[in-house]
Design a protein around this ligand. Structure first.
Ligand code: SF4
Length: 323
């Protein structure tokens, strides 16, 4: 699988008048063509900030990439002029946001909202061609084309998210970033929307970064997984590596321990004690050490290096060479 996106040593900071938030702290990620990467971790781990960095949508004057590179299809995304980059956003790289209720404009019919993105990236298309593409996209996501004049409030949450997906896929992007695309939906609708996204992705040959905290969704949808904590990737590998019986980062073990298991008759779950550290004042050494049951003196003072074995990476002293 050849590489489409390669993020190296990405650091992102948010500056406020009083302090600096260290949101992403040296992330390395790759996404191959037609591949789906699951980015998992608790709220505040830096998943969305990583995605927004790829699309260069960090909040103006507050968020900045302080270090690192993002190479997309051989091009340095951070070096491209904004005017040129606008042609990437929505056309080559698209994003689905978490809440369909706020992604759509409530006073514009849904068909017009799908047409907008098609028109923007295909200035040579005639009105009839755009209309036919709108119909095709709506039908593709399971909405009858004759409903294109309806407004977002005439649709359920799941149907609205289908419209958002139609907009994101209208220009057949090579990379789709889906940020918790089903979190705001009912469980049964979640399954339908996910199945539809996977099907469309296969049909259009799109690569995907799926941001989620739902490990069940990752197991069903992804080829590779990266587990994020306090702005770092602490473990990454194939789905088999992460869900298999081999070595795991204590944080990954904690994430799995927080899930109910129907086959296990344990009376209680084993949640990860404590909270994600304050990103303005990150702990020294391993950022997970205040919550880790295996914490040693070395963990408190020394940042662990990433160890990679057959593509499975772990950032933990337990697996460093000296141990
Ligand atoms: Fe735990 Fe130490 Fe590994 Fe960090 S480096 S996860 S504190 S064992």
């Amino acid at each position: 699988m050849s590489e489409l996106l390669k993020i190296t040593d990405l650091h992102v900071e948010y500056d406020t008048s009083e302090e600096t938030v260290y949101a992403v702290n040296g992330v390395d990620l790759t996404v191959g063509r037609k591949e789906t990467l699951g980015l998992v971790g608790e709220t505040g781990a830096g998943k969305t900030t990583t995605a927004l960095s790829v699309l260069r949508l960090l909040p103006h004057k507050i968020g900045r990439i302080s270090k690192g590179s993002i190479i997309y299809d051989g091009e340095d995304l951070l070096a491209i002029k904004e005017k040129v980059f606008k042609k990437y956003r929505g056309k080559r790289i698209s994003m689905i946001f978490q809440d369909p209720m706020t992604s759509l404009n409530p006073v514009i019919p849904i068909g017009k909202q799908v047409a907008e993105v098609i028109k923007l990236h295909n200035p040579d298309m005639t009105k009839a061609q755009i209309e036919s593409r709108v119909d095709e996209m709506l039908e593709m996501v399971g909405i009858k084309a004759n409903r294109k004049k309806d407004y977002p409030n005439q649709f359920s949450g799941g149907m609205k998210q289908r419209v958002v997906i139609a907009i994101a896929l209208a220009c057949e992007p090579e990379l789709l970033i889906a940020d918790e695309p089903t979190t705001a939906l009912d469980v049964t609708v979640q399954a339908q929307v996910l199945a539809m996204m996977t099907d469309l992705k296969e049909r259009l040959g799109t690569s995907m970064i799926l941001i989620t905290h739902d490990l069940g969704v990752v197991a069903e949808t992804c080829d590779k997984v990266a587990v994020m904590y306090a702005g770092e990737i602490v473990e990454s590998g194939t789905v088999e590596d992460i869900f298999g019986k081999g070595n795991h980062h204590p944080y990954t073990i904690g994430l799995f321990g927080s899930l109910p298991d129907l086959k296990d008759d344990k009376p209680r779950l084993s949640p990860i004690e404590g909270l994600m550290p304050d990103p303005t004042d990150l702990p020294k050494g391993c950022k997970f050490h205040p919550r880790c049951p295996h914490c040693s003196e070395k963990c408190r003072t020394e940042q662990p290096e990433v160890m990679v074995t057959n593509g499975h990476s772990l950032r933990c002293h337990l697996f460093s060479k000296e141990v």
